[in-house]
Design a protein around this ligand. Structure first.
Ligand code: NAP
Length: 255
């Protein structure tokens, strides 16, 4: 690792968009910490990136497990003494391995609250837990940044615009609700961290071909590398860049 390398942690980076974010950050010369709840999968992803010349290392991190989150923060503190970039990417749809025509317990009127709680544990409470645990390390950075990987389905504007395709998606009580909550978390953390000069932004990667999307009946238009682009852009934005915003490749996403 170069003495002045920028240290980035990406949660859920062993596959999908998170792995692509980690790869692109490494391509820009950052040291990337591959957050993964399974150490084997984390090391496999890091090893693959190292083949391409990346400075990539696995960090065991289950965002829903308090002791795992604290242990990850302690390990990063011990190894690097600070953290420059946090990308809260780990997320679940809550749909599990549902079959065609099954709603996965998320249909309003037939909601399985356990599914909603599980989705919020990862997509919302996990982000709070990880961000709070990493904040002391982020505050030691000269130019820290936080990026939350949200979703266009978290946009109340898009989901209620009768002319926009997202308003025609089936009603779902967990996943998009969790991403709307994540958007508000982004606004609140941006406000709280403004005095520290730490920008906090949310991004919408678009419909990306990953394990997450393969059973959701979505029309997939993007590769993981394309979905990663906006997160990487904000994670490496020059000082004085935006904070408290919601962005995709086309610019600001309406809340
Ligand atoms: P993915 O391929 O299923 O990857 C999700 C990643 O999150 C995996 O590494 C997974 O680890 C990890 N993860 C899940 N629960 C975790 C936990 N409790 N602790 C730590 N890691 C955990 O999905 P993806 O499409 O790349 O999704 C990444 C993010 O993009 C999510 O926040 C998702 O909501 C968002 N997003 C995706 C799309 C899309 O079209 N794909 C669209 C909009 C937003 P394991 O391998 O251990 O399961």
């Amino acid at each position: 690792m170069a003495e002045d390398a920028t240290i980035a942690l990406v949660t859920g980076a062993n596959k999908g968009i998170g792995r692509a974010i980690a790869g692109q950050l490494a391509g820009r010369g950052l040291t990337v910490l591959i957050g993964a709840r399974d150490p084997g999968r984390g090391e496999a992803a890091a090893a693959e990136l190292r083949v391409d010349g990346a400075d990539a290392h696995p960090v065991r991190l289950d965002v829903t497990d308090r002791s795992s989150v604290q242990a990850a923060a302690a390990e990063i503190g011990r190894r690097y003494g600070r953290l420059d970039v946090l990308v809260n990417n780990a997320g679940i749809s809550g749909s599990g391995d549902r079959g065609p025509g099954e709603d996965g317990g998320q249909s309003p009127g037939r909601v399985n609250l356990d599914v909603v709680r599980t989705v919020f544990e990862t997509n919302v409470f996990g982000v709070i837990a990880v961000t709070d645990a990493m904040l002391p390390l982020l505050r030691r950075s000269l130019a820290a940044r936080i990026v939350n990987v949200s979703s266009g389905t978290g946009s109340l504007h898009w989901m209620t615009d009768p002319d926009f395709y997202m308003s025609k998606l089936p009603a779902v009580a967990a996943y998009p609700v969790s991403k709307t909550a994540l958007n508000m978390l982004t606004v609140q953390y941006a406000k709280a961290l403004a005095p520290d000069g730490i920008p906090v932004n949310a991004v919408a990667p678009g419909a990306v071909a990953t394990d997450f999307s393969k059973n959701l009946g979505m029309v997939i238009t993007r590769t993981p590398d394309e979905g990663a682009r906006i997160a990487v852009q904000l994670a490496t934005a020059a000082p004085g860049g935006p904070t408290g915003g919601f962005f995709n490749d086309d610019g600001a996403v309406p809340w």
